[in-house]
Design a protein around this ligand. Sequence first.
Ligand code: FMN
Length: 169
Amino acid sequence: MKETGAGIDGYTAERLKGIGVRGLDIAGMGGTSFSAVEMYRASMIGDDSLAEMGNTFFDWGIPAPAALAECRASRLPLIASGGILDGTHVAAAVSMGAEAAGVAHAVLREATESADAVKKKLMLFREELQAAMMLTGSANIKQLAKARHFVAGETREWIEGLKWTQKSI
Ligand SMILES: Cc1cc2nc3c(=O)[nH]c(=O)nc-3n(C[C@H](O)[C@H](O)[C@H](O)COP(=O)(O)O)c2cc1C
């Protein structure tokens, strides 16, 4: 099951697991926003009200790292996406519980050029991921998954805030 840029919370992850879902692409807020896509589409066809609504919900959702932190407890295999822009983001996602990462926006420009351009960008991701693994002393992905990571600022507030709201469900 995947989101499309608004993230999945822990409560939803548990419910999805309960109905037989076997893995999640958390597709958090912070990258491509489908409210934004709808806003631009509405503007193009002159639907001002729909465009305004798209603008209101432009940044609706749970940021990708907070969605990962939320869904980790479900023990479902997780794919991190939503704002993954380079290999260090992939490394951070793995250290926060993702088994893989997904990208759309980061390769969109390349995708309009050629398949080779996309491949080149993804190879750069791989090199950046390998560098991040070297810098964290991680010999393989399993070790990277256990690497210490520090969450600061607004993302930390999101994670703590969501934990607090879990108690009220
Ligand atoms: C041009 C474009 C088309 C997309 N089409 C779909 C789609 O048809 N179905 C879907 O589930 N997600 C779709 N997505 C969302 C991505 O699969 C993904 O969840 C999200 O965009 C990842 O974030 P990122 O763009 O910041 O890397 C699309 C994204 C883009 C940019």
